[in-house]
Design a protein. Structure first.
Length: 218
């Protein structure tokens, strides 16, 4: 088996203050020693000793973590694939922004978040440009009223990858393409499956192709 070794772990979220507002909470979690799957098929990482993670929860339910599988996927999307005027659906821990700000092809970032608590719990600590914008509202109501979008990134499907959530994602893609037909659509949790469908000819090539950003060792 080939895998990437994670012998220490620190992200921008590691420095976020721990606390809660309403039902939302930023907290710590430990990932124990073991081999874990990346988002990409047949890609794994190995944790030789426990590492500390940052999670965001709503009423005890985990919406997102900064675990390696998520960060490597976000790096691929934020650094190598996003371009132009970027719209992000779902703030979460704001981790995608730490990569978007390093991407010279990105002109601006507009983030749409439905939970107003995250404006105070997360947004003050997110790495953004001066003119990046956070809009509190429903993604499906806000997106059609935006002036421009070259890249649309969503990540607000709750739960594990399964066929039901894949159908939800498919409807998201259709909605985005209806309003911004020339924009590329990216999704952190399901991007590998979307790319596989591009290869099999099931999706328009505008949805992109995959780049390998994970170095593997034996």
């Amino acid at each position: 088996m080939r895998y990437h070794v994670i012998d220490h772990w620190n992200t921008v979220a590691s420095e976020y203050p721990r606390g809660s507002i309403g039902n939302w909470k930023i907290a710590d979690r430990v990932q124990t020693e073991g081999i874990y799957k990346m988002q990409e098929e047949n890609a794994f990482y190995y944790v030789p000793e426990s590492i500390n993670l940052t999670v965001i929860e709503e009423s005890g339910l985990t919406w997102f973590t900064d675990e390696p599988r998520n960060m490597y996927s976000l790096a691929e999307i934020g650094l190598f694939r996003a371009r132009g005027h970027v719209v992000v659906g779902g703030l979460g821990l704001g981790l995608i922004h730490s990569f978007l700000i390093l991407n010279p092809r990105v002109k601006s970032v507009t983030t749409i978040e439905i939970a107003p608590e995250l404006k105070y719990l997360v947004w003050p600590y997110v790495r953004t440009r001066l003119d990046d914008e956070l809009i509190i509202g429903d993604f499906y109501n806000v997106l059609p009223n935006l002036d421009k979008a070259d890249t649309i990134i969503t990540d607000f499907i709750f739960g594990s990858q399964n066929d039901e959530n894949w159908e939800i994602l498919s409807s998201q893609k259709a909605f985005c393409k209806e309003h911004f037909p020339d924009a590329q659509f990216l999704e952190q949790g399901y991007q590998a499956r979307m790319d596989a469908d591009v290869v099999r000819g099931k999706l328009p090539s505008a949805f992109g192709t995959s780049y390998d950003v994970v170095k593997v060792v034996r």
